[in-house]
Write a protein that binds this ligand. Sequence first.
Ligand code: 3HC
Length: 317
Amino acid sequence: MENKSINLEKEFQARIDRGENIEAKDWMPEKYRKTHIRQISQHAHSEVVGMLPEGNWISRAPSLRRKVALLAKVQDEAGHGLYLYSAAETLGISRDELVEQLLEGTAKYSSIFNYPTLTWADMGAVGWLVDGAAIINQVMLTKTSYGPYARAMVRICKEESFHQRQGYEIMLALANGTDAQKQMAQDALNRFWWPSLMMFGPRDEDSPNTEQSMKWKIKKKTNDELRQQFVDQTVPQADILGLTIPDPDLKWNDENGGYDFGEIDWDEFWDVVKGNGPCNRKRMEDRNNAWDNGAWVREAALAHARKQAEQKISKTA
Ligand code: 3HC
């Protein structure tokens, strides 16, 4: 038996090394399956919880056009969540189990969504920075080794670029507006810059999952590589806005061909990941309320499906 599993593991790694996609019905090490359930479900939870900070501004958008764009974005995020829950289900976990883990607080979702959205400019900063960071990670994930996850990413990335663009356009309008509007945009950048860098996870040397995830080509780039890519891409965008990145250590490094930047507050990061961020409690409260208030919809849909099934049986009997 021992030899058999060693050969299976070897053949599996050889498939990964050849750049083959692993599909749901293929043999895979239990740890590969488990780490995908962990990462894909957290990704799905992030999409769903991520709707809350933005949903807060749909009714307060400054124009019908802004309202429609934000509404479309939030609806997209809901769809991304459902897409990713479906990808997680291909690994043998049920949707109910995934949702239960989120509602009881045992599942993680991205730390970024535990920060408050205080002004309209935050809608710009979230689209520009948060979706901008998400795209960098998600474009990499379109090449991840697990087929269903990679394919889900292709569709999601297409919509994500609209999210980033609508956010940047909000920032552009504010940065070119009145002094008060420009200050509002700068304030949003000041509050969302560092939490956006934290979206890429801990430093590589502090990441318990990155080494194995790179071996299994779950990740094609490490946390720090993606973070660096985000900084190098975003700093010139801030320059165009005429806004200042809130990092006195930010400096172009000719030798590396990228920006050096200051130290992230890792105590803050782990604090938020552990549930002690500004909005963790509120986000969980809102998610649980939405679940409870939506019970009647689930019951009605299930009753309707049962009735349909009974009618179908009686027709064929
Ligand atoms: N927030 C919360 N938890 C985080 C985190 C963050 N920003 N960064 C890392 N963690 C957690 C990890 O989940 C892991 O905990 P676990 O082992 O209990 O799951 C621990 O911290 C150590 O981190 P690692 O770097 O070792 O973990 P990973 O290898 O999983 O890398 C990741 C972290 C880069 C976030 C990776 O999980 C990933 O790529 N996830 C999928 C993409 C994703 O979730 N993006 C975030 C938001 S999606 C989004 O923004 C939607 C958009 O539409 C707005």
